[in-house]
Design a protein around this ligand. Structure first.
Ligand SMILES: CC/C=C\C/C=C\CCC/C=C/CC(=O)SCCNC(=O)CCNC(=O)[C@H](O)C(C)(C)COP(=O)(O)OP(=O)(O)OC[C@H]1O[C@@H](n2cnc3c(N)ncnc32)[C@H](O)[C@@H]1OP(=O)(O)O
Length: 302
């Protein structure tokens, strides 16, 4: 039932004008294309997929410049790429990384949550929920190669992965900083963080909107490994090999066992969660905070 709802959201998204023609955008043969067996890079305008069929792995590169903000279009393209890889028996694992220098993802796209109509907020929030559910419950091994800053929704996306490797650069902070924007991380953001670093550490991190630099992120457990910047991709590959050495069915069932109760909570409260989001985001005070935050970002330059 829940899956059917998810499929409807995805199908509706695919029917949108901007989503047409996204299914395959054939490109150059990937550098990681498994010894020239002819499998090409594919993807969409904002998501580049570099397949390595010999290894059973695809590198999914987010490229929604300037900051990989998670807009509706971008989320839809990510979902399409994920679905395509999941439906292709060649692939057992994905490395999720960024093609935007210094930025993994700036999180949810603030312009999707500012000055829009309630119907838009409904559509956007459904896509955010769907992305979280799909990545969190993916049967594939998903490893985040975090090569840039990763606030809020960017951090959440990495928390859906099975393992996080972060580049050791003090600028590459990671965390759920929603309170700094005057907004609140929904319960499933919070649950995902609690499952990763525990209740007390989450309570502190979320209330204070902490963005952890690499050493702190490792200490608290937001990431699993911190490595020199030029070793992020190779480390993600070695870790992937380790995870893929485990019998797939046993690993997948264990993942489901661990994650299903958290996902079920959102699945059973999905509509209520949308209503909560829309009510919250439509408040004058919240809109003012978001506008002010966006303005601050823009003024930073000038
Ligand atoms: C009871 C309540 C229950 C429920 C509540 C329900 C829901 C509410 C919760 C919703 C959850 C939200 C989670 C989020 O993800 S919110 C987004 C949080 N993101 C951030 O705080 C990051 C903001 N960005 C930055 O800090 C910097 O941009 C960054 C460090 C990423 C990069 O810095 P850099 O100097 O390289 O670039 P900038 O010049 O700052 O930015 C370039 C342009 O990009 C625009 N920008 C940046 N971030 C975003 C974004 N998240 N969305 C949209 N646009 C973004 C920025 O404004 C610049 O634009 P221009 O000036 O070039 O037009």
């Amino acid at each position: 039932m829940a899956l059917a709802v998810g499929m409807r959201v995805l199908t509706r998204a695919l029917l949108r004008p901007w989503a047409r023609g996204l299914r395959v955008a054939p490109g150059r043969t990937g550098p990681a294309a498994g010894g020239g067996d002819g499998m090409r890079c594919f993807g969409s305008p904002r998501v580049l997929v570099e397949p390595d069929p010999a290894a059973g792995v695809a590198v999914v590169k987010m490229r929604n410049p300037p900051v990989n903000s998670l807009s509706l279009e971008f989320l839809t393209e990510l979902l399409i790429s994920l679905e395509k890889l999941e439906n292709d028996k060649t692939f057992h694992g994905i490395i999720l990384t960024s093609d935007c220098p210094g930025i993994f993802s700036a999180g949810l796209d603030l312009t999707e949550m500012c000055g829009r109509k309630p119907e838009h907020y409904v559509e956007y929030w459904k896509a955010v929920q769907e992305t979280w559910l799909r990545f969190y419950l993916s049967n594939l091994v998903v490893i985040a190669a975090i090569n840039g800053v990763s606030p809020a929704g960017g951090c959440l996306l990495s928390l859906t992965c099975d393992y996080r490797v972060l580049a050791n650069n003090p600028k590459y902070t990671i965390g759920l900083n929603e309170t700094l924007l005057g907004i609140v991380a929904p319960f499933w953001f919070k649950d995902t963080m609690v499952n990763t670093i525990g209740h007390r550490a989450t309570e502190r991190a979320l209330q204070l909107g902490l963005l952890f630099p690499p050493a702190e992120a490792l200490r608290v457990g937001v990431v699993d490994q911190v490595v020199p910047e030029d070793q992020v991709q190779s480390t993600a590959r070695s870790v992937m090999a380790q995870w893929l050495a485990i019998p797939d069915h046993a690993r997948q069932l264990t993942k489901t066992l661990m994650r299903k109760p958290t996902a079920d909570r959102l699945l059973t409260e999905r509509d209520a969660d949308i209503q909560t989001f829309v009510r919250f985001i439509c408040r004058d005070s919240v809109q003012k905070s978001l506008h002010a935050y966006l303005e601050k970002l823009k003024q930073k330059k000038g």
